[in-house]
Design a protein around this ligand. Structure first.
Ligand code: SAM
Length: 250
């Protein structure tokens, strides 16, 4: 099957002009225009013909197309309705792709996996909108979805915090949260030049291998303590916890 090379900057400009599409900064729209990065993400995600893939924010379908060429089925959730007619055109030849119009933070992901992805163990692959990275990662990890792995492009600094090991200055509540649910590893460092328009910050792709078994503890309480513990790094742990309302006898 011949692909349309959606990552070619010339093609991106042409299709956007055809539909009079304007980038929305507030929706974190920075589209990939580099075939090497697109292929590398999908290669590192290890997608094969039996895989079910969920994508967040397909944009004009650049990553979606590469995923569709490898996976059994791809479901992609896009918030911007102006991208829907474009996606209709760019992905028209792929019968294994389904686009859902919605806000990933509001839709019922469990239901989507049940109804659209045969209720199978799913790989999540995305170039995330950076303004909502942490809420998205939190929802994906907390919702007890049947995820195999999460491979996402995020701001480099956020990737470093997500993947940090205990002891370093990047290590914080996000690192503990992510490591509770998964094993994280930064797999690709990405320069600004592979996006249109170019973002101000550097990016990285991080892979979270989801743990199959989680400790049987009161998660709410655990994460509250972790958040409080890291909230005031200059204070002692006891003071940080006390100022968060934990009543501890000194
Ligand atoms: N995947 C495309 C690519 O790599 O070229 C686009 C990535 S762009 C960084 C992020 C995409 O997420 C945009 O298409 C944007 O409209 C979409 N988006 C932003 N907020 C969203 C949300 N809350 N739910 C779903 N999609 C969202």
């Amino acid at each position: 099957m011949e692909t349309k090379r959606l990552y070619s900057p010339k093609y991106v400009k042409e299709i956007l002009a055809k539909y009079g599409f304007e980038f929305s900064k507030s929706l974190g729209q920075n589209f990939l225009i580099d075939g090497n990065i697109v292929r590398k993400i999908v290669e590192k995600a290890n997608i094969g013909p039996e895989d079910y893939v969920l994508e967040i924010g397909p944009g004009i379908g650049t990553l979606t197309e590469e995923l569709a060429l490898k996976a059994k089925k791809v479901v992609a959730i896009e918030l911007d309705k102006d991208l829907l007619p474009i996606l209709d055109e760019t992905l028209s030849q792929y019968e294994n792709v389904e686009i859902i119009h919605g806000d990933v933070l509001k839709v019922d992901l469990k239901k989507i996996i049940e109804e659209k992805l045969d209720n199978k163990r799913v790989k999540l692959v995305a170039n995330l909108p950076y303004y909502v990275t942490t809420p998205i990662i939190t929802k994906l990890l907390e919702s007890d979805l049947n995820l195999d792995s999460i491979i996402v492009m995020v701001q480099k600094e956020v990737a470093e915090r997500m993947g940090a090991k205990a002891g370093g200055k990047e290590y914080g509540s996000l690192s503990v949260f992510v490591s509770f649910f998964s094993q994280a590893e930064i797999i690709i460092n990405v320069p600004k030049t592979v996006f249109m328009p170019q973002p101000k910050v550097d990016s990285a792709v991080i892979k979270l291998d989801i743990k199959k078994e989680l400790p049987d503890i009161d998660r709410d309480k655990f994460f509250k303590v972790v958040k409080a513990a890291f909230s005031k790094r200059r204070k002692t742990l006891l003071n940080a916890l006390s100022s968060y309302g934990f009543n501890i006898d000194k």
